[in-house]
Design a protein around this ligand. Structure first.
Ligand code: ST9
Length: 621
């Protein structure tokens, strides 16, 4: 039986009942995908992912990709390769691409819904399947030559990788030393060693296009220190004819020289790649013939951060539903009201208060974070619709920027912790066994807080770039929207208490931001009674802020859903719908009453931030 328990009902609730995506589907750039088609696609993807693709999920725990250091090549396990091919043959990836490179564009709200289903069933398939999407970055930033290459990447379904990290350049990408030297024929030779390259090698596609950040040498005015001195190069595994895409039969000098052994996502190869280190030069092209590498790479990173957040919540969702299924069947102990009566009937563990606490905590976070992902995706819809009309929706762009570190950082932290402390825990000792998918979920989800920028990086990105550098515009706009929603004239009186709790949470988070801005200002040169070390106080609170803002936005989105659900509950409903909408109201109330009050404590902790921990000698740790 499949490990994967999907929640298409809740995805559709968000898409069509809360976010009204039917108003966008079938219009503008999405004229080929209307709401009915979207529902059909979702149903088809749900069946495919829940059955055949999910079946291969745990096979690779037994049979992992094998690496041959003599030939520098990886062989994938057959059952995974079969599932991967089935996904690629279904061609759903085209929904994410513009028509110019063979796509049938659908809104991000739909494509991230599809992504949730695939990422919940078998996450590494999504990662290997990103080649055509990488093609879009090549096409959008490329010269005529690069655009030809982009088309080959899509039509020939090549794999692709993002190659940033080096042994001594992880979070600090700008410390990278891999260099690029121009050749007379317009190509560049890349030399260096890169590490932690996801999908760095596999034998499921005829070619792999590596998008490599390297520092140009021997050219005036480029290649300085830091991230701004990096350029982005297209470096194929195999050489090919740029006109036709046919492989020439020659191997390029980009070799996999190691495959890591990891805690989780075993079938996703994490490779060391060596460029020009084995007697064959690694040749590539400068993307777009402009030295704008970090900016170009961030187009990939932004997408990948959204992917990681979606993966995290997709795993928590199936974790919760597996825990629920188990709890409904597992008989253990008597009802607490009869606990002293040793002859009382034994009950399923769903009768026990602590199990209910745990299940409702999981449910409210899963539903809240799903609505966070899909709300963010709906903002991306706005960005695309404007672009398609030759305009820019700057407010939507900034809001998307603000939400991305929350989707990635908050989504991955909450999911990984809840999977371990609540979902697996619901199964008791059985959760620790490989008979159930829980232990693999926990292992596979841990990476989400690490790659694509750790949680610390997400917190810094949120505060320094998305709030301070933006002059608080996006944060101000969403805060105003939440405040307006709280005070709306037509607000449902049944959610009055929860609105009050949200108001308090919003104020606590606002105070936290204010404190951090004050500390930042007092760290600047020339600040009256300032101290440059006050920036440490900011750094001590960036993760706290990430989590606090995540809680506020999630609570708001849950309450918006609850308001819709309360409205539906006034109508004649099937038994299943009645239960569904009651559950939506319950999870929103639970989140507001059990999570939001903690923000006051977080604010109070932040108010007492001192430099003591920074002053402590290292030896005292
Ligand atoms: C990895 C792989 O972990 C994980 C698995 C991946 C799975 C693969 C599948 C994914 C599919 C992808 C498909 C592709 C398709 C996409 C298509 C979409 C159409 N936002 O602050 P500064 C830029 S890989 C945007 O001074 P530092 C910006 O240009 C490893 N841009 O930074 C800026 O210039 P300016 C992942 C941003 O102090 C410039 O960078 N590794 C953003 O020099 C410099 O900014 C990481 O994620 C942003 N948020 O460097 C690295 N931020 O200011 C983590 C910066 O003028 N480390 N830029 O605008 C960091 O993020 C660091 O903060 C740092 C610091 C490197 C940026």
């Amino acid at each position: 039986m499949s490990h994967y328990k999907s929640n298409l009902r809740d995805i559709e609730f968000n898409l069509f009942e809360v976010l009204n995506r039917q108003d966008v589907l079938g219009t503008g750039p999405y004229d080929e995908v209307d709401a009915e088609t979207a529902r059909e696609i979702l149903a088809e993807v749900e069946t495919l992912t829940r059955t055949r693709l999910a079946e291969a999920f745990s096979d690779h725990e037994r049979e992992q990709p094998s690496f041959d250091p003599q030939t520098h090549s990886v062989t994938m396990p057959e059952s995974f390769a079969k599932a991967y091919r089935e996904w690629m043959d279904a061609e759903f990836f085209r929904l994410e691409l513009p028509s110019e490179i063979g796509g049938t564009q659908a809104p991000p709200s739909l494509t991230w819904s599809i992504a949730e289903l695939l990422l919940g069933a078998n996450p590494p398939i999504h990662m290997y399947a990103a080649g055509p999407k990488f093609g879009q970055v090549v096409w959008a930033n490329g010269t005529e030559r690069d655009q030809k290459i982009a088309r080959h990447m899509v039509e020939r379904k090549w794999g692709a990788t993002m190659v940033l990290t080096e042994p001594d350049a992880g979070s600090d990408v700008g410390a990278g030393r891999t260099k690029a030297t121009p050749n007379d024929d317009g190509t560049w030779t890349i030399e260096g060693v890169k590490r932690f390259i996801t999908s760095g090698d596999q034998d499921m596609t005829e070619n792999i296009m590596h998008l490599v950040l390297a520092r140009p040498v021997g050219v005036d005015g480029v290649g300085g220190p830091g991230t701004k001195g990096l350029s982005l190069f297209l470096v194929p595994k195999h050489h090919f004819d740029v006109e036709t895409g046919e492989l020439t039969g020659e191997r390029n000098g980009a070799f996999v020289t190691g495959v890591e052994h990891k805690l989780g996502i075993q079938v996703s190869t994490t490779c060391e790649l060596t460029f020009s280190g084995h007697g064959t030069p690694a040749k590539g092209w400068l993307l777009g013939e402009v030295h704008n590498g970090i900016k170009q790479m961030f187009q990939v990173i932004e997408y990948a951060r959204m992917m990681v957040g979606t993966k995290a919540i997709a795993t928590l969702s199936t974790g919760y539903l597996n825990a629920l299924d188990y709890a409904k069947q597992r008989v253990q102990g008597a009802d607490l009201t009869q606990s002293t009566d040793k002859t009382a009937p034994r009950v399923t563990i769903t009768h026990h208060p602590d199990v209910r606490r745990s299940l409702m905590t999981q449910k409210s976070f899963v539903e809240g974070m799903r609505s966070l992902v899909l709300y963010t995706a709906s903002i991306q819809d706005r960005v695309q619709v404007a672009q398609a009309a030759g305009e820019r929706d700057e407010a939507a762009e900034k809001l998307n920027d603000l939400l991305l570190p929350i989707v990635k950082g908050y989504g991955s932290e909450r999911s990984w912790v809840l999977l371990g402390t609540e979902s697996l825990q619901t199964l008791g000792g059985s959760g620790f066994l490989t008979d159930y998918p829980m232990e693999q979920y926990v292992r596979d989800a841990k990476i989400d807080t690490l790659y694509e920028g750790t949680t610390a990086i997400q917190g810094q990105d949120l505060f320094f770039r998305k709030i301070v550098r933006d002059n608080g515009q996006a944060l101000g706009a969403i805060s105003a929207e939440i405040a307006q929603w709280i005070g709306a004239d037509d607000a449902n009186p049944q959610l009055k208490d929860e609105r009050g709790l949200l108001q308090r949470g919003l104020e606590d988070a606002g105070t936290l931001v204010g404190l951090m801005v004050q500390d930042l200002q007092s760290s600047l040169p020339g600040a009256p009674e300032g101290d440059p070390r006050n920036i440490y106080k900011v750094g001590l609170n960036t993760t706290r802020l990430l989590m606090a803002l995540g809680d506020v936005v999630v609570a708001w989105l849950l309450l918006r859903g609850a308001e819709v659900a309360l409205d539906r509950l006034n109508q004649d409903l099937s038994e299943a719908d009645q239960a569904f909408y009651e559950g939506k109201v319950a999870s929103a109330r639970w989140f507001c009453t059990t999570v939001l009050p903690k923000l006051t404590a977080e604010r109070k902790i932040a108010e007492r931030t001192s430099l003591d921990v920074m002053d402590l000698p290292e030896s005292a740790f």
